[in-house]
Write a protein that binds this ligand. Structure first.
Ligand code: ZN
Length: 111
């Protein structure tokens, strides 16, 4: 039965019947790997999609920040400027909230 293995040196995780001979990230030997408990593994699996969504939202928000700055520079009229300034500020907040949420997940083993 496959297990989720975690490198005790760098934290790299991978699924497999047994731990790898060496950690793909840091090169640590198999003995440094430990199998996660079912409860720990469930947290990791449950968090995969959610963390990916957060990362995609961060990327989209960053794109909106960039576009909004460009639009604000053109400054076609006060209505446009207001929208671009608000979009930039709101997307900055969303981006930082997602990053903080991911950091919280990582601190709880949900990554
Ligand atoms: Zn490692």
């Amino acid at each position: 039965m496959k297990k989720l293995w975690k490198c005790g040196v760098c934290g790299y995780k991978m699924e497999g019947l047994e731990a790898p001979e060496n950690c793909p990230k840091c090169g640590a030997p198999r003995e440094q790997f430990a199998a996660l408990s079912d409860e720990e593994a469930k947290k990791v699996y449950d968090s995969y999609v959610t963390n990916d969504i957060h990362m995609e939202v961060i990327g989209l928000a960053e794109k909106i920040v960039h576009l909004s700055r460009k639009g604000a520079e053109i400054n076609l009229d006060p209505g446009c400027l207001h929208i671009f300034q608000k979009a930039e500020a709101d997307c900055y907040v969303i981006k930082e909230m997602c990053k903080a949420e991911i950091a919280g997940h990582i601190s709880k083993g949900k990554w």
